[in-house]
Design a protein around this ligand. Sequence first.
Ligand code: SF4
Length: 185
Amino acid sequence: MEECRVVHSPTRGQNNEEVLLGDAVVLTKLDRAIGWARKYSIFPYPFATACCAMEYMALSMTPYDIDRFGALLPRFSPRQADLLMVIGTVTCRQAPILKRVYEQMAEPKWVMAFGACASTGGFYDNYTTVAGIDRIIPVDVYVPGCPPRPENVLDALMALQRKIQGQKQLLGETLAGRLQERKAA
Ligand code: SF4
């Protein structure tokens, strides 16, 4: 655990209690401990609209096994999810629905733009397609590719985990406060 400092007991063993503690005592900051817990307990909400969803399904299969990162179990209620994975093309008619789903998620929450369509609109250069979901909601991590390889998604997930670990862990923050923090960054 790179974020924490393990306290070793004295090797002389004069005090039995100290010897028994061994490597069981870990000192860290509350902020880091919360970040560590949050980054390894991600519950994704898959907002899957198009062909990228096939790659999303592959993530839970044997070669990739997203469960290794603590992010396997999809939640199909936004109130129980903290990572919104927008997977595929988003049309202008779907945009209000996506925004509503995002707003229903509790803080802290993060967003992944999964694939070229979610990130930029992809090759759909027309009036019906949203040219990137960051026009509707804030995005924390983008995954390139059409479709992206599962390795790309895992790479983005690890980048998000580093971001979660590194950010200030706000408790009970409001959506307005979170948005102000994003604007200031
Ligand atoms: S990025 Fe490519 S694979 Fe993914 S939804 Fe768009 S067209 Fe389909």
